[in-house]
Design a protein around this ligand. Structure first.
Ligand SMILES: Nc1nc2c(c(=O)[nH]1)N[C@H]1C(S)=C(S)[C@@H](COP(=O)(O)OP(=O)(O)OC[C@H]3O[C@@H](n4cnc5c(N)ncnc54)[C@H](O)[C@@H]3O)O[C@H]1N2
Ligand code: MOO
Length: 422
């Protein structure tokens, strides 16, 4: 196993000692965020992204009965004794879904189709390609072993077997197993209620004309989509004004019903950055304010009454990357998901890298090959620009350059976090 050689995000920033590491911020989130209460029962087909609140066990054996794995003929291997070939009369036909089966007669065969129940007395299926059929008889040239092409009752799941444990955020693979186990409805945590408040007077609503100093709103659709990708949340979107009084009123209203209020923008040090001041006015408890990460330094987290608050920077790449690092951790805590952890792995760089040390730097990256010992080689951007998003569609994730690293040779081992985490 490869050991982590430097804690990701550790160390101090060159300008602000109050910045904490990514890992410290994640552990504060885990410590401070507790589950939003409430469960509900939903159809298994609609449960993608929801967190299971009650383990799913197999309600019966799966498959429930012995059945044919191939289209062919159900036979009794005891009838194929001595040297072949053997000729057997066909005495009946069983299709998948056919509940009443013809009685199997010793020395005979029943035509059978994939998924059809095995007739009592038969112990193997000979594929139709492996017999010569002539009217109502088949000629079998090769002996079959007992159990050939038969799927045994319970070979996939046995009655009562634990299939998906409580605390799992469900994806298609879990849903497949739940459905097979007979769980047509599942008990899940209620959706996390998120209010997304995007601030900035310069940010134009989608579909409106840009003023001379206006820019397109990236954060609203980007974060709404990122939240949907994780799943298990209902997200309302709101526009925030660049005014402390207005923000105070808006945040108060949103925090009254949301489990999590996410703000973007307005958390840096400028005179026009009013989000933190508004939260301070409201008596919010700040769990952290500033992380030694580049981009995304101002990212902040706290609690206001019963709602959590995640303050993301306005710069879209900063907002996206900090959401990717911290958002799923917060959603995991709120929805009682217990299998969440950052899925970082070690990869090697495709080129030498130089940078100014200070904060843990995130650089967009994509896997571009494999080295001679099987490690993924990632193609890394030369620099991180917090306001640029044109590189996002091609990126598969980002590497984390440790805070005290100023240069790395080509082929250096670095941590990589893929996008699309649940
Ligand atoms: N004097 C200093 N200035 C800044 C510092 C600092 O330490 N000292 N930190 C810089 C860093 S790092 C970041 S990150 C930003 C964070 O600023 P805010 O979170 O307060 O964000 P805003 O100032 O509101 O916006 C930053 C940038 O992003 C654009 N933006 C905002 N919202 C959207 C949106 N919905 N869609 C697209 N683009 C958006 C906004 O127009 C600004 O250009 O502060 C630095 N400054
Ligand atoms: O920390 Mo900021 O996100 O670099 O622009």
């Amino acid at each position: 196993m490869i050991q982590r050689f430097v804690e990701a995000g550790c160390g101090c920033d060159e300008v602000a000692a109050h910045l904490i590491s990514i890992d410290e911020a994640l552990s504060r989130i885990a410590r401070e965020a507790s589950p939003a209460t409430g469960h509900e029962t939903v159809a298994v087909g609609s449960a993608s992204g929801r967190v299971l609140a009650q383990s799913v066990r197999a309600e019966g054996h799966v498959p429930p009965f012995d059945n044919a794995a191939m289209d062919g003929y159900a036979i009794r291997t005891g009838d194929l004794l001595g040297a072949g070939p053997w000729t057997l009369p066909i005495k009946g036909r069983i299709a998948a879904g056919q509940a009443t089966c013809p009685v199997f007669e010793k020395g005979a065969a029943i035509q059978i189709f994939t998924g059809a129940p095995m007739p009592y007395g038969a112990d193997a299926v000979v594929m139709q390609e492996h017999v010569h059929r002539d009217g109502d008889t088949i000629r079998v040239d090769h002996a079959a072993f007992a159990g050939a092409h038969v799927r045994r009752a319970g070979e996939d799941m046995t009655k009562g077997q634990m299939i998906v444990p409580e605390g799992r955020r469900l994806g298609a693979r879990d849903i497949a197993a739940c459905a097979a186990a007979g769980a047509s409805r599942v008990r899940v945590s209620r959706p996390v209620r998120i209010a997304l408040l995007v601030t900035g007077d310069e940010v134009a609503r989608a579909g409106t004309a840009l003023s001379r100093a206006g820019i397109r709103d990236v954060n609203t659709p980007m974060l709404f989509s990122a939240i949907s990708e994780t799943g298990g949340a209902e997200c309302s979107t709101h526009r925030g004004a660049d005014s402390r009084d207005a923000l105070r009123a808006q945040i108060t209203e949103l925090a009254a019903t949301a489990d999590l209020v996410i703000t973007t923008g307005g958390i840096s040090v400028g005179e026009e950055d009013h989000v933190k001041a508004a939260l301070a006015d409201l008596g919010a408890r700040i769990v952290f304010s500033g992380v030694a990460v580049k981009p995304g330094k101002p990212v902040s987290f706290g609690q206001l009454e019963s709602a959590l608050w995640l303050g993301l920077p306005g710069n879209p790449l900063s907002a996206y990357l900090t959401w990717t690092i911290f958002g799923p951790a917060i959603l995991a805590a709120l929805s009682n998901q217990d299998d969440w952890q950052p899925r970082r792995r070690f990869v090697v760089t495709d080129r030498p890298l130089r940078r100014r040390p200070g904060r843990c730097e995130l650089r967009l990256a994509k896997v571009a090959g494999v080295d001679s010992v099987g490690r993924d080689i990632v193609q890394v951007e030369d620099a991180t620009h917090s306001g640029r998003v044109a590189g996002l569609p091609e990126a598969e994730g980002f590497i984390l350059l440790p805070s005290d690293t100023d240069s790395l040779p080509e082929g250096a081992l670095v941590e990589f976090q893929p996008f699309c985490q649940r």
